[in-house]
Design a protein around this ligand. Structure first.
Ligand code: AMP
Length: 184
């Protein structure tokens, strides 16, 4: 049974690695970014509310996501493990998740931080061509990451559940390190 929380700045390869590892382990890859993008594509009420925040590189308000994550972790396929990618994104989401997991009687294995130097992040993000990847949005996403999400490294390291992985390597090498973490 594997339960992992993926941290790391935008462009660190979180989404790619989380998906690869989830496929290998045959557990769900739960990406709040993917859920929001699909809500926008389908123009659901959630998508309509989230769109402007995402386009600006801001975090979507917590209240749009908390119930959604709660429901998703209660789905039958999540009983055999999960990888959370992009949630939590700030300390209040992390506190919410901590309480939720207690209620569900679940313990996560590790919060994994994919570590990549800033200049590499910038060039990866600008080369990616996603809708919310224009330069201004990218800068704002990195800034929001520093202010809101990076403090989670301290949050999880205080709980002795942090693993830092060098994300500035080939996709295969990073996946291998992650598999070692899972096996540890
Ligand atoms: P991602 O695909 O994880 O990079 O997320 C893309 C965008 O979706 C972010 O820039 C945020 O606007 C929004 N988003 C994704 N996850 C969260 C979250 N946990 N809290 C708030 N906003 C989020």
């Amino acid at each position: 049974m594997t339960r992992l929380i993926f941290l790391g700045p935008p462009g660190a390869g979180k989404g790619t690695q989380a998906k690869l590892l989830a496929d290998l382990l045959e557990i769900p890859h739960i990406s709040t970014g993917d859920i929001l993008r699909s809500a926008i594509a389908q123009a659901t009420p959630l998508g309509k509310k989230a769109k402007s925040y995402m386009e600006k590189g801001e975090l979507v308000p917590d209240e749009l996501l908390l119930d959604l994550v709660c429901d998703r972790l209660k789905q039958p396929d999540a009983h055999k493990g999960w990888i959370l990618d992009g949630f939590p994104r700030n300390v209040s989401q992390a506190a919410f998740l901590e309480k939720l997991l207690q209620e569900l009687n679940q313990v996560f294995d590790y919060a994994v931080n994919l570590d990549v130097p800033d200049e590499v992040l910038m060039s990866r993000l600008l080369g990616r061509g996603r809708h919310d990847d224009n330069e201004q949005t990218v800068r704002r996403r990195l800034e929001v990451y520093r202010n809101e999400t990076e403090p989670l490294i301290g949050f999880y390291s205080e709980r002795s559940s942090l693993k830092v992985i060098d994300g500035d390597r080939s996709v295969e090498e990073v996946t291998q390190s992650l598999q070692q973490v899972v096996a540890s």
